[in-house]
Ligand binder design. Structure first.
Ligand SMILES: Cc1ncc(COP(=O)(O)O)c(C=O)c1O
Length: 420
């Protein structure tokens, strides 16, 4: 047996016989779904066993990086072994793009694979013809990965970056759209916003902004680092000219897997940032010509898309929201604790909060020390919020344990390092 439980015979069959090992695990999960009748806890416990997260580890930071399920790790490893054995490549662009399209919407031809959202946003900012005096409107809640490409390009080309201030929570929906739109003027060439804010999980009304941009002939760019894999979606319906994402977050693809979908007119017009064969032709596929790359990531992305389909986009979103509701309910019952996210309905799978008098970094260290909880502190923009992400592999008792610990800190403060 090797480390993935494959016998020598299976391993060589997998390499030589065109038979991949990982899809068999998906079949087993489907059987489990039938056996447990779906929605119940037994199914989610079976799903959790498909992850390598140690049982005593509580991972509430999917917003930074998603843990890869076993099938993804296996697909990457199998592909890497195939390359080492000089076998022909297993991942076809057509298969990958049609799989992305059926999971996330948009037509297959619009898909480009990148290393992450940052790279996809850079390809967009760098490839547009911005000139002196042009304006790019963004918000004061953008992640550096969606912001820095605009900072760089506007600085270099003499254009101006205009930053809309988003009103503090519980603002959501129309209020956020209006806050962005107030900064749009006659020189605005681009509006670039996050679909889900990394600071507090707020959902931005991208469809409404997309509609307004289209009416004014403004390029609309969506930093969609979070939604793919988190909720059922059609990225083309946002009205985005460009939609950038990181499937290594909620879609649980291999680390270093990003994507960019571009609307039809741009596939022929955007300037490529990396030039290789076909750079001067037409179509989005020319953006996938970036020299030799690690295609095992693509094999992993394909497996992640299959896993996503098997677990079920609706079930996943229901589960994320159930866990968020449990977490929010508990946080709201802690005296003094301030939630910094909009309502559950206007938020995605992340909640941000602060405990007055408690430094969030100290709270983070405490949770990690006493219960191996992994969290994210939003230090950006001097916010100092603690952010907790819940994904479907998380369990209700993990939520309860973290709530109990925060509750205790709210009453007793943080004990000196080493104490409980
Ligand atoms: C909204 C948003 N945009 C962009 C990024 C950057 O993602 P990546 O590091 O995958 O490029 C992140 C990462 O957390 C994010 O939350």
């Amino acid at each position: 047996m090797n480390e993935f439980g494959l016998s020598r015979r299976d391993f060589f069959l997998a390499l030589g016989g065109g038979m991949l090992a990982w899809p068999r695990r998906l079949g087993a999960l489907e059987l489990e779904w039938g056996r447990t009748g779906g929605r119940d806890q037994a199914f989610w416990e079976a799903v959790r066993r498909e992850f390598l997260i140690p049982p005593d580890r509580i991972y509430f930071n999917n917003g930074t990086l998603g843990p890869q399920p076993r099938v993804v790790v296996e697909a990457v490893a199998e592909h890497a072994r195939g390359v080492a054995a000089t076998l022909p490549p297993r991942v076809s662009w057509d298969e990958l793009k049609s799989s992305l399209s059926s999971a996330l919407g948009g037509d297959p031809e619009g898909y480009v694979v990148s290393r992450n959202t940052t790279e996809a946003m850079t390809v967009v900012a760098n490839g547009l013809e911005l000139g002196p005096g042009d304006e790019v409107v963004t918000t004061d809640h953008e992640h550096i990965g969606g912001l820095s490409p605009w900072e760089l390009v506007t600085a270099r080309r003499g254009a101006r970056l205009v930053v809309a201030h988003l009103p503090p929570p519980p603002a959501g929906g129309a209020e956020l759209a209006d806050a962005v739109w107030r900064q749009v003027g006659s020189r605005t060439r681009v509006v670039s916003v996050s679909h889900v804010l990394f600071t507090n999980g707020a959902l931005l009304p991208v469809q409404e902004l997309g509609r307004r941009c289209r009416q004014r002939g403004i390029v609309f760019v969506v930093d969609g680092a979070h939604p793919p894999g988190m909720f059922p979606m059609d990225l083309a319906e946002t009205g985005a000219d460009f939609y950038a994402s990181s499937p290594h977050k909620w879609l649980l693809a291999p680390q270093g897997t990003g994507l960019l979908w571009m609307a039809p007119p741009w596939r022929d017009r955007l300037w490529p940032t990396i030039a290789s064969g076909d750079w001067s032709t037409v179509g989005a596929q020319r953006f996938n010509h970036v020299g030799t790359m690690d295609e095992s990531r693509l094999a992993g992305l394909l497996a992640a898309l299959e896993f996503y389909r098997t677990v079920g986009p609706d079930r996943i979103w229901d589960r994320i929201r159930e866990l968020q509701a449990r977490l929010r309910g508990g946080l709201e019952s802690i005296p003094g604790l301030q939630i910094r996210s909009p309502s559950l309905e206007q938020s995605a799978g992340m909640v941000a909060f602060r405990l007055p008098g408690v430094d969030s970094l100290s709270l983070q260290g405490h949770l990690s020390r006493v219960a191996r909880v992994r969290t994210r502190v939003i230090g950006e923009y001097r916010l100092g919020w603690m952010r907790l992400s819940t994904h479907y592999y998380n369990q209700p008792d993990e939520v309860d344990r973290v709530l109990e610990l925060i509750h205790r800190v709210s009453r007793e403060g943080i004990p000196a390092a080493g104490g409980l």
